[in-house]
Design a protein around this ligand. Sequence first.
Ligand code: PRP
Ligand code: URA
Length: 209
Amino acid sequence: MAKLVICDHPLIQHKLTYIRDVKTTTKDFRELVDEVAMLMAYEITRDLPLETITVDTPVITTETKVIAGRPLGLIPILRAGLGMVDGVLKLVPRAKIGHVGLFRDPETLMPVEYYVKLPTDAEERELIVIDPMLATGGSAIAAIDVLKKRNCTQIKLMCLIAAPEGVKAVQEVHPDVDIYLAALDDHLNDHGYIVPGLGDAGDRLFGTK
Ligand code: PRP
Ligand code: URA
């Protein structure tokens, strides 16, 4: 089974509290999501391989480390995943971005695909699927399915908040995918919303409600 990592750094937990708060404005919500995404990127890149190169410092020639291995790709699930992309890019600015457009049918809670555009070399990259919310898990599973159909094998999932139901569903269908969260919440309500959660992530990010 792949890893389940809860990024419990105090800065992440502090900012997440204000992300959850219904009184937080759209502007502040967007800024806080951006900041938490950047902090989570520090954790999610912890295992990246390093190689040794030689550089000339002003004082001496020395051996030192740089990131090696596969280049990265970020795969936000539209819409809400977009709110976390810039934060991650602050740490890995050369990553390419692929988009997977999905929305949850409000009746069935099943994901409906409406857009896919991936980097042409996606299968050669280590990919991070990005979505603030992992509720039933249907959207994350569908996005990972899209990537695997394109022969992508190195995939991580990064979400702000998950319900246990969503984590279990992803782990059952995609047991090879490491999951990184800022918080694992209590349960899903009858409408498929995470409790306590933060409400509708897309609406809060884009001010559409
Ligand atoms: C939200 C969220 C996830 C999905 C999670 O998107 O951003 O993509 O729901 O739910 P699930 O785990 O049950 O699939 P939504 O469908 O509201 O679309 P939006 O991002 O366009 O608002
Ligand atoms: N999508 C959201 O935006 N919020 C939830 O709580 C569940 C799904």
